[in-house]
Design a protein around this ligand. Structure first.
Ligand code: ADP
Ligand code: MG
Length: 238
């Protein structure tokens, strides 16, 4: 479960319409990637889907249910941000368990869910460590663990790798693809990095100035870009 549908969604800040009327369907289990230059509205789009920002107009549906009026925790969605703050004084286990503690999940269930997340992310041997004792990649995985521990049907990632160096980014790209294959959830990923988009996406959505220029599978966008902007961004330059 995890189909997402946007119908006529807009967002206006003051007088500026930063998201123009947008229709989009992301199918259950898809790895969908929003790409586009800085300021084109990627984060705003994600924040509206997450429920961190109200839509000005239009509806957002998850599995056929309108979620416009639901708070983030009731949407079955979880979000990983660019800058992830781990709690330095808590163990990896407690960092991952944090959303469950907030939700007052019983300890037996916490144990089961944290261990399942740690398995997927290969953090089993690190659960009792403090974040300070981990590598950058492991810390990033803890942040992802915290997002997946409640097993939401949709994961949102807002440029989660942009603070990492190139080698680690490449490693995390592979890990996220593996995570997606293993969990089968819908993932919606935001990046301004074309390589990330091309290598990870089932579906790429190219945004410019709050509008979808083109959406489709990576090869279609690469070989049949609808216009110069799409071509310049991810298309075949020849
Ligand atoms: P991106 O993530 O693609 O870089 P954003 O979604 O952050 O773009 O921003 C899209 C546009 O909306 C930008 O022009 C930005 O300045 C504006 N914007 C974003 N958040 C706010 C806000 N809270 N108030 C006013 N303008 C905002
Ligand atoms: Mg952004």
């Amino acid at each position: 479960m995890g189909q997402l549908k946007l119908s006529g969604v807009t967002k206006t800040f003051g007088k500026a319409q930063v998201i123009r009327p947008t229709d989009l369907v992301i199918e259950d289990g898809d790895f969908a990637v929003f790409v586009g230059p800085s300021g084109c509205g990627k984060s705003t789009m994600l924040r509206m889907i997450a429920g961190l920002e109200e839509v000005t107009d239009g509806t957002i549906e998850i599995d056929g249910r309108v979620v416009n009026d639901l708070p983030p925790v009731k949407r079955g969605i979880s979000m990983v941000f660019q800058s992830y703050a781990l709690y330095p004084h808590m163990s990896v286990y407690e960092n991952i368990a944090f959303p469950l503690r907030v939700a007052r999940t019983p300890q037996a269930e916490v144990d089961k869910l944290v261990n399942r997340a740690a398995d997927v992310l290969q953090l089993q041997s690190r659960l009792q460590h403090r974040p300070g004792a981990l590598s950058g990649g492991q810390r990033q995985r803890v942040a992802i663990g915290r997002a997946i521990v409640r097993e939401p049907s949709v994961f949102l990632f807002d440029e989660p790798l942009s603070n990492l160096d190139a080698a680690l980014r490449a490693e995390m790209r592979v890990e996220l693809s593996r995570l997606h294959a293993q969990l089968g959830n819908t993932m919606i990923y935001v990046t301004h990095d074309q390589i990330e988009a091309m290598t990870m996406a089932d579906k790429i959505i190219v945004l410019r100035d709050g509008m979808i220029e083109q959406a489709g599978d990576p090869l279609t966008l690469y070989h049949q870009p609808r216009n110069r902007f799409v071509a310049g961004f991810i298309g075949n330059p020849t």
